[in-house]
Design a protein around this ligand. Structure first.
Ligand SMILES: [Fe+2]
Length: 294
């Protein structure tokens, strides 16, 4: 899940109970009435979801399953080259289907026995504190729709390919799952909006767009890079900066284009020492001190 409002199509629920996803005119599915109906139906599933229920079954077309099969095959090849070993091992452990879009319930059923994480459906944007907060309890809010089949390698919004190929594979690692949990704990602990933004930006520059040195090569571990067919080929050419909490917590980013500033961990141990420890212990005061510190 990306956390910025501008990236999500707004979802409106009317008094008669009908649900409409308002796609922008630039969205590849804008003129496809059948796709839009399906988007409305999938958003309604999430809006009607009650915690504790099984995740409702979403209907996909054969064309959409083919999008999954194509993108998942192409990304898997790129992962071999560009993803850190911890991610590759976790991907193997999770064993997602390659030929069809998995239901979110199936993702949960695979993930829960491994690291205790479960997927819950989101219609669109989830407020930051709620999105991050439930990570502490092992819940991951996920969109359920897939990108429009006319442009399989592009999506203007986070879809199930991002949520599952990017995040669920990552969450199948014990070490990553712990980082997500402590990020959730941090979001619950901090009180001010500024501190929450800081926690969220550190998440953005690590678990969404983090890169890591591995055997002298620059690899990716952020779900945003690992789920993007184009971005995964570009990250090595970006402005790569050392892992630094204050820099990550204060650097501005533009969600609508490739991330051109990235932060590099020298190892998984360093990521856990610097970022994991920060999330595990931070509060409004410690963040205020970081911000005030030269
Ligand atoms: Fe995400």
């Amino acid at each position: 899940m990306f956390e910025e409002a501008q990236y999500f199509a707004p979802v409106a629920k009317r008094e008669d109970g009908s649900v409409t996803v308002e796609l922008a005119s630039s969205h590849p599915g804008f003129a496809d009435a059948v796709y839009r109906e399906r988007r409305n139906a999938i958003a309604a599933l999430a809006l009607n979801y009650q915690p504790g229920d099984p995740v409702p079954h979403a209907e996909y077309t054969e064309e959409e399953h083919q999008v999954w099969a194509l993108v998942s095959r192409e990304l898997a090849a790129k992962h071999q080259r560009y993803a850190i070993k911890e991610f590759l091992d976790a991907t193997e452990r999770l064993g997602l289907p390659k030929d069809h879009i998995p239901q979110l319930q199936e993702v949960s059923d695979r993930l829960y026995p491994l690291t205790g994480f479960r997927y819950i459906p989101a219609a669109g944007l989830v407020p930051l504190r709620e999105f991050y907060g439930v990570l502490a309890d092992g819940y991951f809010h996920s969109t359920q729709y897939i990108r429009h089949h006319s442009v399989p390698f592009y999506t203007p919004e986070p879809d199930i390919i991002h949520e599952v190929i990017g995040h669920a594979n990552t969450l199948a690692s014990d070490r990553f799952a712990e980082l997500y949990r402590v990020a959730g704990g941090a979001a619950r602990r901090v009180e001010s909006e500024d501190a929450l933004q800081f926690v969220s930006k550190v998440f953005w520059f690590t678990l969404e767009f983090g890169v890591m040195r591995e055997a002298s090569e620059l690899k990716a571990y952020g779900a945003g890079i690992l789920s993007s067919y184009g971005e995964i080929e570009e990250f090595r050419g970006m402005d790569i900066r050392p892992l630094d909490l204050k820099a990550m917590g204060t650097t501005e980013y533009d969600i609508t284009k490739y991330q051109d500033v990235l932060f590099e961990a020298m190892s998984f141990d360093q990521l856990e020492d610097v970022v994991g420890s920060f999330w595990a212990t931070c509060d409004d005061d410690s963040i205020a001190r970081l911000l005030a510190d030269g």
